[in-house]
Ligand binder design. Structure first.
Ligand SMILES: Nc1ncnc2c1ncn2[C@@H]1O[C@H](COP(=O)(O)OP(=O)(O)OP(=O)(O)O)[C@@H](O)[C@H]1O
Ligand SMILES: [Mg+2]
Length: 233
């Protein structure tokens, strides 16, 4: 739904967190995204599904600004990603996005507590404020008992919950998750998704989750299907 400016002329809705038009990406000669149009409203929670190789991870990487589009326009969090310098894209990512991957990507040598503190430290937070925020996130994710263990020494489900906590600790506006439960059994996957959905809903985070799991998709507002580099349906 577009807003009008009083003259009846519609303009892009300010609350669009993601606004992509005809976005194309190729790896060399091989097209991976063949003209993606996608609008996502603030606070919306969407699932991206589709067969292996259809371009789901590529789409997330473009949204995160780690991969540049070859063509089209992409506005994310009100910023024209194509016009930003690398340094500014990195800052936007650090301050206003969170990312969760299939295998967590925690730093194995650091404890879970230290992993969760990291984004706040990188953003220049004061230690006196970081401590309580980390403790509260650890509690919410039921990780208090294992908070002092190194990330390499916890279960897959615990590591993924910590990855969710690390991605959300700075209350990003946009969370991008690439098969966050893909490496887990059903029980562990459910606890991770519950933790993720509870936190995202409470924080009002806009969520894009790539998943193969219909049960994960069932938690979300909208399903976007991809085939061969295009959105379908
Ligand atoms: N770095 C790369 N260099 C060249 N081709 C790539 C690269 N990354 C992905 N591709 C190709 O681009 C297409 C889309 O890949 P992508 O990783 O986005 O798929 P996906 O939908 O995430 O698949 P999966 O479900 O297996 O994770 C595939 O054909 C893939 O082989
Ligand atoms: Mg992928």
């Amino acid at each position: 739904m577009d807003e009008t400016d009083g003259s009846g002329v519609s303009r892009p809705e300010a609350s669009h967190v993601v606004d992509l038009h005809s976005v194309r990406v190729a790896y060399g000669e091989e097209p991976a995204l063949r003209g993606i149009d996608l609008q996502i409203t603030a606070g919306e929670q969407i699932a991206v599904m589709g067969p292996s190789g259809c371009g789901k991870s590529t789409l997330l990487h473009v949204l995160a600004g780690v991969l540049e589009a070859d063509d089209g326009t992409l506005c994310v969090l009100g910023e024209d990603l194509g016009a930003l310098r690398e340094k500014d894209r990195a800052q936007l990512r650090l301050a206003r996005m969170g990312m969760v991957f299939q295998f967590g990507d925690l730093i194995g040598e650091l404890t879970l507590r230290e992993n969760l503190a990291l984004p706040l430290q990188l953003l220049g937070g004061k230690p006196a404020r970081i401590g309580p925020e980390v403790e509260s996130m650890l509690d919410r994710l039921d990780l208090g008992d294992v908070a002092d263990r190194r990330a390499a020494q916890v279960s897959g489900g615990q590591a993924q919950r910590a990855a969710v906590g690390r991605a959300l600790i700075h209350q990003p506006a946009l969370l991008l998750a690439d098969e966050p439960t893909g490496a887990l059994d059903t029980v562990a996957a459910d606890t991770v998704m519950e933790a993720l959905m509870d936190t995202v809903t409470e924080q009002g985070t806009t969520l894009v989750v790539v998943t193969h799991d219909n049960r994960v998709a069932a938690h979300l507002d909208r399903l976007v299907s991809m085939r061969d580099g295009e959105l379908v349906g």
